[in-house]
Design a protein around this ligand. Structure first.
Ligand SMILES: *Cc1c(COP(=O)(O)O)cnc(C)c1O
Ligand code: SF4
Length: 350
């Protein structure tokens, strides 16, 4: 008899949750007891295919279960629900706000900052966030392909091997945890053979929206590498990690920490979602209770379709001053903005 907790059983479990994610806006509204009329006409276009300004809906059911029923302004719902307003062009909001295409020395590898190189290992995410700066990113052409042996991956690897100043590799995407563990384990095994690499960083929202992804197979490769590991979660609102709504996310964090990972969080400052000192303070508080330190609070990247989420810089600074007055320093994230050509994320003093 195969025990229910076997690695295979667990793997099936997260893949199944991923397959069962909600992809139809009407189904999402129905699950939340909201009227279908809420969508309006342009919402269908917003949820339409890539390339025409659209970005399909995708949200795991466990994340939907954390939303308040009957509340069209729920902060988790606003992050995933396609809306007509996304299709209105706004000056200054383009399709590649970070000029990432220009920064990539080889497809799928971004080396913008000293000592750190970022590998785009997949274009797939467990959730589609409406504010995502990569919502128009041509993933298929750009990601390195995480499969050792593939020409793109080998080119990325050569680049990493040949630059001894690179001490840290960031796995990003998409979401690196969309990949199967066999592939991630193989990838890490190849990376840790590069002697000058010391740290491995994983940027993920999957661990939050699909906490069952943090299973024993994942913990095997994460906990087994000689590299120091950092997991940067992506949580925008306290409800995403609130144990009162279910222990799953906090437990996933504990498993990651148990495998030796340092846990940090980055958020995006989003109008209507977390743009109040109360929301930001509660987020830091909940994160810390889960063993996660706030790292960055990003100003929105000015990507087409996300203008309605923007919080003005002056207002952001004002919020940060209030946050500093309220929280211990270690619970205050650094307010940053990405500026093309800058040597690192640009901090914005309160
Ligand atoms: C954000 C980012 C990093 C990491 O920057 P940190 O300040 O170390 O978190 C590295 N490479 C790229 C391309 C990035 O966008
Ligand atoms: S998980 Fe990250 S990369 Fe994926 S859609 Fe959301 S913000 Fe974008």
């Amino acid at each position: 008899m195969i025990p229910r907790t076997s690695a295979r059983g667990q793997r099936e479990s997260w893949r199944q949750s991923l397959r069962q994610a909600i992809t139809h806006p009407a189904e999402l509204l129905a699950a939340l007891d909201l009227p279908p009329g809420l969508l309006g006409e342009g919402a269908a276009l917003a949820a339409g295919p890539f390339g025409q300004g659209g970005f399909p809906l995708r949200v795991p059911r466990g994340f939907v279960a954390r939303m308040r029923k009957g509340d069209p302004t729920d902060p988790l719902l606003l992050q995933v629900l396609p809306r007509a307003v996304e299709m209105e062009p706004v000056p200054g909001f383009g399709s590649d706000p970070l000029a990432e295409m220009a920064a990539a020395p080889i497809p799928g590898l971004l080396h913008k900052y000293h000592g750190r190189a970022l590998l785009v290992v997949t274009g797939v995410c467990a959730v589609h966030c409406r504010y995502c700066f990569r919502r128009h990113f041509p993933y298929e052409e750009q990601h390195a392909g995480a499969r050792p042996g593939s020409p793109r991956f080998e080119a990325a690897l050569r680049y990493l091997r040949n630059d001894p100043t690179i001490e840290e590799v960031l796995l990003s995407g998409g979401d690196p945890l969309s990949l199967p563990d066999e592939q991630l384990a193989e990838l890490v095994a190849v990376l840790e053979e590069i002697p000058h690499l010391r740290r491995l960083r994983i940027h993920t929202r999957t661990a939050v929206v699909l906490p069952e992804r943090v299973d024993s197979a994942l913990l095997g490769w994460l906990g087994g590498t000689r590299l120091r590991t950092v997991v940067v979660l992506h949580v925008n609102h306290a409800r995403e990690v609130d144990p009162a709504l279910g222990p799953e996310v906090v437990e996933a964090c504990a498993r990651l920490a148990g495998a030796g990972a340092t846990l940090l969080n980055q958020s995006v400052l989003l109008r209507g979602v977390n743009d109040s000192v109360e929301a930001l303070a509660e987020l830091s508080d909940r994160l810390f209770a889960a063993g996660v330190l706030p790292y960055y609070l990003h100003l929105l990247d000015r990507v087409a379709g996300a203008a309605h989420f923007e919080v003005e810089e002056d207002e952001a600074r004002r919020l940060m001053r209030q946050l500093v007055a309220r929280l211990p320093g270690y619970l205050v994230p650094k307010l940053v903005r990405e500026v093309p050509g800058a040597p690192g994320k640009v901090g914005l003093p309160g």
